[in-house]
Ligand binder design. Sequence first.
Ligand code: CAO
Length: 445
Amino acid sequence: MIVEIKLPEISENVDSGDVVKVLVSTGDTVAVDQPLIELETEKAVFEVPSTAAGVVSEIRANVGDTIKVGDVIARIDTEAARGATKAAPSAEKKPVTAPEKKAAQERAPGPPQPAASGEGENEDNAESLREAVVAVAQEQGAAVPASPTVRRLARELGIEIHRVRGSGAGGRITSDDVHAFAKSIIAGARSGAAPAGAPVSGTRALPDFSRFGAFERTPMSKVRQITAQSMAAAWHAVPHVTQHDEADITALEAARKRYAPRVEAEGGKLTMTSILVKVCASALRRFPDFNASVDVAKSEIIHKQYVNIGIAVDTDRGLLVPVIRDADRKNMTLLSVEVNELAEKARNKHIMPDQLEGGCFTISNLGGIGGVGFTPIVYWPEVAILGVSRASMKPVYDGADFEPRLILPLSLSYDHRLIDGAAAARFLRWVCEAIENPILLSLEG
Ligand code: CAO
Protein backbone atom coordinates (compact mmCIF):
# COMPACT_ATOMS: atom_id res chain seq x y z
CA MET A 1 0.00 0.00 0.00
CA ILE A 2 1.23 3.53 -0.77
CA VAL A 3 0.92 5.93 2.16
CA GLU A 4 1.20 9.67 1.66
CA ILE A 5 3.18 11.45 4.36
CA LYS A 6 1.80 14.96 4.73
CA LEU A 7 3.10 17.97 6.62
CA PRO A 8 1.23 17.82 9.94
CA GLU A 9 -0.13 20.77 11.93
CA ILE A 10 2.89 22.73 13.11
CA SER A 11 1.59 25.30 15.56
CA GLU A 12 -0.82 28.18 15.83
CA ASN A 13 -0.15 30.89 13.21
CA VAL A 14 2.38 28.71 11.38
CA ASP A 15 0.95 27.02 8.31
CA SER A 16 4.00 26.54 6.12
CA GLY A 17 7.75 26.20 6.13
CA ASP A 18 10.81 26.02 3.88
CA VAL A 19 12.53 22.69 3.23
CA VAL A 20 16.11 23.06 4.46
CA LYS A 21 17.28 19.46 4.00
CA VAL A 22 15.87 16.27 2.54
CA LEU A 23 17.09 13.45 4.76
CA VAL A 24 16.02 10.42 2.68
CA SER A 25 16.20 9.36 -0.96
CA THR A 26 13.85 7.40 -3.22
CA GLY A 27 14.36 3.70 -2.54
CA ASP A 28 15.43 4.22 1.08
CA THR A 29 13.82 2.05 3.72
CA VAL A 30 12.43 4.22 6.48
CA ALA A 31 10.98 3.46 9.89
CA VAL A 32 8.15 5.15 11.74
CA ASP A 33 9.41 8.36 13.36
CA GLN A 34 12.47 8.51 11.13
CA PRO A 35 13.05 12.13 10.05
CA LEU A 36 12.26 12.74 6.35
CA ILE A 37 13.02 16.43 5.97
CA GLU A 38 14.31 19.37 7.96
CA LEU A 39 11.86 22.27 7.83
CA GLU A 40 12.39 25.92 8.67
CA THR A 41 9.46 28.01 9.83
CA GLU A 42 9.42 31.54 11.19
CA LYS A 43 9.86 30.01 14.65
CA ALA A 44 12.33 27.16 14.38
CA VAL A 45 14.12 24.54 12.35
CA PHE A 46 12.98 20.99 13.09
CA GLU A 47 12.73 17.53 11.58
CA VAL A 48 9.48 16.13 10.20
CA PRO A 49 9.26 12.39 10.86
CA SER A 50 7.64 9.65 8.81
CA THR A 51 4.38 8.25 10.15
CA ALA A 52 4.77 5.00 8.21
CA ALA A 53 7.42 2.34 7.75
CA GLY A 54 8.37 1.21 4.27
CA VAL A 55 10.30 2.14 1.18
CA VAL A 56 10.30 5.70 -0.10
CA SER A 57 8.66 5.52 -3.53
CA GLU A 58 8.54 9.27 -4.17
CA ILE A 59 9.82 12.44 -2.55
CA ARG A 60 7.72 15.51 -3.21
CA ALA A 61 9.70 18.01 -1.12
CA ASN A 62 12.87 19.58 -2.46
CA VAL A 63 15.35 21.85 -0.73
CA GLY A 64 14.10 25.43 -0.99
CA ASP A 65 10.42 24.49 -1.50
CA THR A 66 7.83 26.18 0.66
CA ILE A 67 5.35 23.55 1.77
CA LYS A 68 2.05 23.99 3.57
CA VAL A 69 0.33 21.98 6.28
CA GLY A 70 -1.37 19.07 4.46
CA ASP A 71 1.07 19.05 1.51
CA VAL A 72 2.50 15.64 0.62
CA ILE A 73 6.17 15.32 1.59
CA ALA A 74 6.76 11.75 0.43
CA ARG A 75 5.03 8.53 -0.58
CA ILE A 76 5.93 5.34 1.28
CA ASP A 77 5.35 1.84 -0.04
CA THR A 78 4.50 -0.02 3.16
CA GLU A 79 4.30 -3.38 1.45
CA ALA A 80 7.94 -3.20 0.42
CA ALA A 81 8.75 -2.64 4.06
CA ARG A 82 10.31 -5.93 4.99
CA GLY A 83 12.62 -5.34 7.87
CA ALA A 84 11.49 -1.75 8.36
CA THR A 85 10.58 -1.42 11.98
CA LYS A 86 9.77 1.35 14.39
CA ALA A 87 12.85 3.51 14.95
CA ALA A 88 14.63 2.42 18.07
CA PRO A 89 14.31 5.19 20.65
CA SER A 90 17.66 6.63 21.58
CA ALA A 91 18.92 9.73 23.29
CA GLU A 92 19.99 10.99 19.85
CA LYS A 93 16.71 10.42 18.03
CA LYS A 94 13.91 10.55 20.56
CA PRO A 95 10.83 11.48 18.53
CA VAL A 96 8.14 13.96 19.45
CA THR A 97 5.01 11.83 19.47
CA ALA A 98 1.62 13.06 18.39
CA PRO A 99 0.12 12.61 21.91
CA GLU A 100 3.06 14.59 23.36
CA LYS A 101 2.42 17.38 20.88
CA LYS A 102 -1.33 17.28 21.53
CA ALA A 103 -0.78 17.40 25.30
CA ALA A 104 1.56 20.36 24.86
CA GLN A 105 -1.04 22.12 22.73
CA GLU A 106 -3.80 21.43 25.24
CA ARG A 107 -1.68 22.71 28.10
CA ALA A 108 -0.59 25.70 26.09
CA PRO A 109 -2.75 28.77 26.34
CA GLY A 110 -1.17 29.82 23.03
CA PRO A 111 1.23 32.59 22.22
CA PRO A 112 0.40 36.23 22.87
CA GLN A 113 -1.32 37.50 19.74
CA PRO A 114 -1.01 40.88 18.10
CA ALA A 115 -3.85 43.03 19.41
CA ALA A 116 -7.08 42.55 17.49
CA SER A 117 -10.11 44.82 17.48
CA GLY A 118 -12.08 45.00 20.67
CA GLU A 119 -15.65 43.73 20.90
CA GLY A 120 -18.32 46.12 19.72
CA GLU A 121 -16.03 48.18 17.52
CA ASN A 122 -17.27 48.72 13.98
CA GLU A 123 -15.43 47.21 11.04
CA ASP A 124 -13.78 50.47 9.95
CA ASN A 125 -12.35 50.96 13.41
CA ALA A 126 -11.21 47.36 13.51
CA GLU A 127 -9.47 47.72 10.15
CA SER A 128 -7.72 50.98 11.05
CA LEU A 129 -6.73 49.50 14.41
CA ARG A 130 -5.28 46.47 12.67
CA GLU A 131 -3.35 48.75 10.32
CA ALA A 132 -2.10 50.81 13.25
CA VAL A 133 -1.00 47.69 15.09
CA VAL A 134 0.83 46.37 12.05
CA ALA A 135 2.42 49.79 11.45
CA VAL A 136 3.62 50.07 15.03
CA ALA A 137 4.84 46.49 15.03
CA GLN A 138 6.76 47.23 11.85
CA GLU A 139 8.24 50.39 13.30
CA GLN A 140 9.27 48.54 16.41
CA GLY A 141 10.77 45.67 14.52
CA ALA A 142 8.18 43.33 15.99
CA ALA A 143 7.04 40.08 14.40
CA VAL A 144 5.56 41.00 11.03
CA PRO A 145 3.32 38.94 8.78
CA ALA A 146 5.30 37.58 5.83
CA SER A 147 5.85 34.15 4.37
CA PRO A 148 9.24 32.44 4.77
CA THR A 149 9.85 32.98 1.02
CA VAL A 150 9.29 36.72 1.31
CA ARG A 151 11.49 36.83 4.41
CA ARG A 152 14.22 35.03 2.53
CA LEU A 153 13.92 37.46 -0.39
CA ALA A 154 14.29 40.37 2.04
CA ARG A 155 17.31 38.73 3.67
CA GLU A 156 18.92 38.10 0.28
CA LEU A 157 18.45 41.77 -0.61
CA GLY A 158 19.86 42.82 2.78
CA ILE A 159 16.56 44.39 3.85
CA GLU A 160 15.19 44.23 7.39
CA ILE A 161 11.69 42.87 6.82
CA HIS A 162 10.06 44.94 9.56
CA ARG A 163 11.01 48.12 7.65
CA VAL A 164 8.77 47.10 4.73
CA ARG A 165 5.12 48.24 4.60
CA GLY A 166 2.85 45.32 3.80
CA SER A 167 0.16 45.88 1.18
CA GLY A 168 -1.50 42.48 1.62
CA ALA A 169 -4.47 41.57 3.81
CA GLY A 170 -3.87 42.56 7.45
CA GLY A 171 -0.56 44.23 6.48
CA ARG A 172 0.96 41.04 5.07
CA ILE A 173 4.21 41.77 3.25
CA THR A 174 4.42 40.47 -0.32
CA SER A 175 7.47 40.02 -2.53
CA ASP A 176 6.30 43.05 -4.56
CA ASP A 177 6.46 45.12 -1.35
CA VAL A 178 10.05 43.97 -0.77
CA HIS A 179 11.04 44.76 -4.37
CA ALA A 180 9.37 48.18 -4.16
CA PHE A 181 11.24 48.90 -0.94
CA ALA A 182 14.54 47.84 -2.51
CA LYS A 183 13.85 50.16 -5.47
CA SER A 184 13.11 53.06 -3.11
CA ILE A 185 16.49 52.50 -1.41
CA ILE A 186 18.30 52.48 -4.75
CA ALA A 187 16.41 55.62 -5.87
CA GLY A 188 17.22 57.27 -2.53
CA ALA A 189 20.89 56.35 -2.82
CA ARG A 190 21.05 57.77 -6.37
CA SER A 191 19.45 61.03 -5.31
CA GLY A 192 21.60 61.15 -2.18
CA ALA A 193 18.52 61.12 0.08
CA ALA A 194 17.88 58.37 2.63
CA PRO A 195 14.43 56.86 1.94
CA ALA A 196 11.89 56.73 4.75
CA GLY A 197 12.47 53.59 6.77
CA ALA A 198 15.89 52.95 5.25
CA PRO A 199 17.66 49.98 6.79
CA VAL A 200 19.59 50.61 9.97
CA SER A 201 23.18 49.79 10.82
CA GLY A 202 22.90 45.98 10.47
CA THR A 203 22.26 46.28 6.74
CA ARG A 204 24.70 49.08 5.86
CA ALA A 205 27.10 48.28 3.09
CA LEU A 206 30.17 46.48 4.43
CA PRO A 207 33.68 47.70 3.70
CA ASP A 208 35.91 45.86 1.25
CA PHE A 209 37.69 43.57 3.75
CA SER A 210 40.22 42.42 1.14
CA ARG A 211 41.89 45.82 1.58
CA PHE A 212 42.92 44.68 5.07
CA GLY A 213 43.71 41.00 4.59
CA ALA A 214 42.41 37.56 3.61
CA PHE A 215 38.92 36.43 4.65
CA GLU A 216 36.28 33.86 3.77
CA ARG A 217 32.48 34.02 3.65
CA THR A 218 30.27 31.27 5.09
CA PRO A 219 26.46 31.19 5.04
CA MET A 220 24.63 31.90 8.31
CA SER A 221 22.68 28.91 9.64
CA LYS A 222 18.88 29.28 9.75
CA VAL A 223 18.87 29.47 13.54
CA ARG A 224 21.57 32.16 13.39
CA GLN A 225 19.47 34.15 10.89
CA ILE A 226 16.36 33.89 13.06
CA THR A 227 18.36 34.83 16.18
CA ALA A 228 19.89 37.82 14.37
CA GLN A 229 16.45 39.05 13.32
CA SER A 230 14.71 38.61 16.65
CA MET A 231 17.60 40.04 18.72
CA ALA A 232 17.97 43.09 16.46
CA ALA A 233 14.20 43.61 16.55
CA ALA A 234 14.09 43.36 20.37
CA TRP A 235 17.09 45.65 20.69
CA HIS A 236 15.37 48.35 18.58
CA ALA A 237 11.90 47.93 20.13
CA VAL A 238 12.72 47.70 23.84
CA PRO A 239 14.52 50.34 25.92
CA HIS A 240 16.71 48.07 28.05
CA VAL A 241 18.11 48.52 31.54
CA THR A 242 19.89 45.78 33.49
CA GLN A 243 19.74 45.44 37.28
CA HIS A 244 22.43 43.34 39.00
CA ASP A 245 22.23 41.56 42.36
CA GLU A 246 23.70 38.58 44.22
CA ALA A 247 22.13 35.69 46.11
CA ASP A 248 23.85 33.61 48.78
CA ILE A 249 23.23 30.03 47.60
CA THR A 250 25.43 28.23 50.17
CA ALA A 251 22.46 26.52 51.84
CA LEU A 252 20.58 26.00 48.58
CA GLU A 253 23.56 24.31 46.94
CA ALA A 254 23.84 21.89 49.88
CA ALA A 255 20.11 21.10 49.58
CA ARG A 256 20.42 20.73 45.78
CA LYS A 257 23.15 18.14 46.18
CA ARG A 258 21.17 16.34 48.92
CA TYR A 259 17.96 16.06 46.87
CA ALA A 260 19.52 15.61 43.40
CA PRO A 261 19.40 11.77 43.52
CA ARG A 262 15.67 11.89 44.36
CA VAL A 263 14.95 14.04 41.31
CA GLU A 264 17.27 11.93 39.17
CA ALA A 265 15.21 8.85 40.07
CA GLU A 266 12.22 10.64 38.47
CA GLY A 267 14.20 11.32 35.28
CA GLY A 268 15.17 14.92 36.01
CA LYS A 269 18.29 16.86 36.95
CA LEU A 270 17.95 19.23 39.88
CA THR A 271 19.99 22.18 38.63
CA MET A 272 20.25 25.86 39.38
CA THR A 273 18.16 26.48 36.25
CA SER A 274 15.21 24.34 37.34
CA ILE A 275 15.29 25.87 40.83
CA LEU A 276 15.27 29.34 39.28
CA VAL A 277 12.26 28.41 37.13
CA LYS A 278 10.33 27.72 40.34
CA VAL A 279 11.53 30.92 42.02
CA CYS A 280 10.84 33.13 38.97
CA ALA A 281 7.39 31.59 38.43
CA SER A 282 6.50 32.61 41.99
CA ALA A 283 8.04 36.05 41.47
CA LEU A 284 5.90 36.60 38.35
CA ARG A 285 2.75 35.84 40.36
CA ARG A 286 3.82 38.31 43.03
CA PHE A 287 4.95 41.03 40.54
CA PRO A 288 2.41 40.90 37.67
CA ASP A 289 4.04 43.75 35.70
CA PHE A 290 6.89 41.35 34.96
CA ASN A 291 4.39 38.92 33.42
CA ALA A 292 3.13 41.36 30.84
CA SER A 293 3.50 42.74 27.32
CA VAL A 294 3.23 46.32 26.11
CA ASP A 295 0.62 47.09 23.43
CA VAL A 296 1.86 50.45 22.15
CA ALA A 297 -0.88 50.83 19.53
CA LYS A 298 -3.64 50.67 22.14
CA SER A 299 -1.66 52.23 25.00
CA GLU A 300 -2.47 49.13 27.01
CA ILE A 301 -0.61 46.65 29.15
CA ILE A 302 -1.42 42.97 28.67
CA HIS A 303 -1.18 41.11 31.99
CA LYS A 304 -1.01 37.36 31.50
CA GLN A 305 -2.84 35.07 33.84
CA TYR A 306 -0.62 32.13 32.97
CA VAL A 307 3.05 31.69 33.83
CA ASN A 308 5.19 30.19 31.05
CA ILE A 309 8.96 30.37 31.46
CA GLY A 310 11.45 30.21 28.58
CA ILE A 311 14.88 28.67 29.05
CA ALA A 312 17.77 29.80 26.85
CA VAL A 313 19.48 26.65 25.57
CA ASP A 314 22.87 26.64 23.88
CA THR A 315 22.75 24.17 20.97
CA ASP A 316 25.23 23.43 18.21
CA ARG A 317 22.85 25.24 15.83
CA GLY A 318 22.69 28.32 18.08
CA LEU A 319 20.40 29.70 20.76
CA LEU A 320 16.91 28.18 21.21
CA VAL A 321 14.38 29.11 23.90
CA PRO A 322 11.96 26.28 24.74
CA VAL A 323 9.07 27.21 27.01
CA ILE A 324 7.85 25.51 30.19
CA ARG A 325 4.08 25.92 30.39
CA ASP A 326 2.30 26.74 33.64
CA ALA A 327 5.57 26.69 35.57
CA ASP A 328 3.82 28.13 38.63
CA ARG A 329 1.67 25.00 38.94
CA LYS A 330 4.50 22.46 38.80
CA ASN A 331 6.71 21.19 41.57
CA MET A 332 10.48 21.29 41.38
CA THR A 333 10.82 17.62 40.40
CA LEU A 334 8.45 18.07 37.47
CA LEU A 335 10.19 21.28 36.45
CA SER A 336 13.58 19.56 36.60
CA VAL A 337 12.31 16.74 34.37
CA GLU A 338 10.83 19.23 31.90
CA VAL A 339 13.89 21.53 31.73
CA ASN A 340 16.01 18.45 31.05
CA GLU A 341 13.65 17.09 28.38
CA LEU A 342 13.15 20.40 26.56
CA ALA A 343 16.88 21.18 26.56
CA GLU A 344 17.55 17.69 25.11
CA LYS A 345 14.89 18.16 22.44
CA ALA A 346 16.32 21.57 21.53
CA ARG A 347 19.78 20.08 21.17
CA ASN A 348 18.58 17.02 19.20
CA LYS A 349 16.34 18.95 16.76
CA HIS A 350 13.19 17.39 18.20
CA ILE A 351 11.75 20.61 19.52
CA MET A 352 8.51 21.69 17.83
CA PRO A 353 7.70 25.33 17.03
CA ASP A 354 4.85 25.41 19.55
CA GLN A 355 7.34 24.44 22.27
CA LEU A 356 9.29 27.60 21.47
CA GLU A 357 6.44 30.09 21.84
CA GLY A 358 4.13 31.56 24.43
CA GLY A 359 6.82 32.45 26.98
CA CYS A 360 6.18 35.14 29.62
CA PHE A 361 9.72 35.51 31.02
CA THR A 362 13.07 33.97 30.13
CA ILE A 363 15.98 32.58 32.15
CA SER A 364 19.43 32.52 30.57
CA ASN A 365 21.94 30.60 32.69
CA LEU A 366 25.54 30.94 31.53
CA GLY A 367 26.88 29.85 34.93
CA GLY A 368 27.82 26.38 33.69
CA ILE A 369 30.31 28.12 31.37
CA GLY A 370 31.51 31.02 33.56
CA GLY A 371 31.37 34.79 33.85
CA VAL A 372 30.56 37.30 36.58
CA GLY A 373 27.69 39.13 34.89
CA PHE A 374 26.11 40.01 31.52
CA THR A 375 23.25 42.05 30.11
CA PRO A 376 20.73 39.69 28.46
CA ILE A 377 18.39 41.05 25.77
CA VAL A 378 14.68 40.99 26.64
CA TYR A 379 12.93 38.35 24.56
CA TRP A 380 10.17 40.48 23.00
CA PRO A 381 7.16 40.59 23.56
CA GLU A 382 8.20 39.64 27.09
CA VAL A 383 9.29 42.50 29.35
CA ALA A 384 12.06 40.95 31.43
CA ILE A 385 14.77 38.29 31.33
CA LEU A 386 17.00 36.92 34.08
CA GLY A 387 20.67 36.36 33.31
CA VAL A 388 22.51 33.95 35.61
CA SER A 389 26.29 33.91 35.90
CA ARG A 390 28.69 31.55 37.64
CA ALA A 391 28.34 31.05 41.40
CA SER A 392 31.64 31.45 43.24
CA MET A 393 32.97 31.38 46.79
CA LYS A 394 33.38 34.86 48.24
CA PRO A 395 34.33 36.18 51.69
CA VAL A 396 31.20 37.74 53.18
CA TYR A 397 31.43 39.88 56.30
CA ASP A 398 28.82 38.86 58.90
CA GLY A 399 29.52 41.77 61.28
CA ALA A 400 32.29 39.94 63.12
CA ASP A 401 34.15 37.77 60.63
CA PHE A 402 34.53 37.02 56.95
CA GLU A 403 32.70 33.80 56.09
CA PRO A 404 33.22 31.83 52.86
CA ARG A 405 29.83 31.87 51.09
CA LEU A 406 28.71 30.64 47.67
CA ILE A 407 27.41 33.69 45.81
CA LEU A 408 25.28 33.62 42.64
CA PRO A 409 25.37 36.73 40.40
CA LEU A 410 22.02 37.61 38.80
CA SER A 411 21.30 40.20 36.09
CA LEU A 412 17.73 41.25 35.30
CA SER A 413 17.20 43.12 32.00
CA TYR A 414 13.80 44.78 31.69
CA ASP A 415 11.67 46.92 29.39
CA HIS A 416 11.85 50.40 30.87
CA ARG A 417 8.65 51.43 29.06
CA LEU A 418 6.74 49.38 31.60
CA ILE A 419 9.10 48.65 34.46
CA ASP A 420 10.88 51.29 36.52
CA GLY A 421 14.25 50.79 38.17
CA ALA A 422 12.80 50.59 41.69
CA ALA A 423 10.33 47.86 40.63
CA ALA A 424 13.16 45.90 38.99
CA ALA A 425 15.33 46.22 42.10
CA ARG A 426 12.42 44.97 44.26
CA PHE A 427 11.71 42.06 41.91
CA LEU A 428 15.33 40.94 41.85
CA ARG A 429 15.75 41.40 45.61
CA TRP A 430 12.68 39.20 46.12
CA VAL A 431 14.19 36.54 43.84
CA CYS A 432 17.45 36.67 45.84
CA GLU A 433 15.61 36.46 49.16
CA ALA A 434 13.48 33.54 47.94
CA ILE A 435 16.66 31.72 46.89
CA GLU A 436 18.17 32.36 50.32
CA ASN A 437 14.93 31.64 52.23
CA PRO A 438 12.83 29.24 50.13
CA ILE A 439 10.01 29.46 52.71
CA LEU A 440 9.14 32.77 51.00
CA LEU A 441 7.89 30.69 48.06
CA SER A 442 5.18 29.22 50.30
CA LEU A 443 4.48 32.40 52.21
CA GLU A 444 4.34 34.87 49.34
CA GLY A 445 4.89 33.03 46.03
N1 CAO B 1 26.91 28.69 38.72
C1 CAO B 1 27.76 27.69 38.93
N2 CAO B 1 27.60 26.46 38.38
C2 CAO B 1 26.54 26.28 37.58
C3 CAO B 1 25.61 27.28 37.33
C4 CAO B 1 25.81 28.53 37.94
N3 CAO B 1 24.99 29.54 37.73
N4 CAO B 1 24.67 26.81 36.51
C5 CAO B 1 24.98 25.54 36.23
N5 CAO B 1 26.12 25.22 36.89
C6 CAO B 1 26.79 23.94 36.88
C7 CAO B 1 25.83 22.83 37.18
O1 CAO B 1 25.68 22.67 38.57
C8 CAO B 1 26.48 21.67 36.50
O2 CAO B 1 27.52 21.19 37.32
P1 CAO B 1 27.62 19.62 37.66
O3 CAO B 1 27.77 18.95 36.34
O4 CAO B 1 28.82 19.56 38.53
O5 CAO B 1 26.34 19.27 38.34
C9 CAO B 1 27.12 22.29 35.27
O6 CAO B 1 27.24 23.66 35.54
C10 CAO B 1 26.32 22.12 34.00
O7 CAO B 1 24.96 22.46 34.24
P2 CAO B 1 23.87 22.04 33.16
O8 CAO B 1 24.14 22.77 31.90
O9 CAO B 1 23.84 20.57 33.07
O10 CAO B 1 22.47 22.40 33.75
P3 CAO B 1 21.79 23.77 33.95
O11 CAO B 1 20.39 23.51 34.35
O12 CAO B 1 22.53 24.57 34.89
O13 CAO B 1 21.73 24.45 32.52
C11 CAO B 1 20.89 25.00 30.39
C12 CAO B 1 20.82 24.04 31.54
C13 CAO B 1 19.96 24.53 29.30
C14 CAO B 1 20.47 26.38 30.86
C15 CAO B 1 22.35 25.07 29.88
O14 CAO B 1 22.76 23.80 29.47
C16 CAO B 1 22.57 26.03 28.76
O15 CAO B 1 22.31 25.74 27.59
N6 CAO B 1 23.08 27.23 29.11
C17 CAO B 1 23.43 28.26 28.13
C18 CAO B 1 22.31 29.28 28.00
C19 CAO B 1 22.69 30.35 27.03
O16 CAO B 1 23.29 30.11 25.99
N7 CAO B 1 22.37 31.61 27.36
C20 CAO B 1 22.78 32.73 26.58
C21 CAO B 1 21.59 33.33 25.91
S1 CAO B 1 21.97 34.87 25.20
O17 CAO B 1 23.00 34.48 24.04
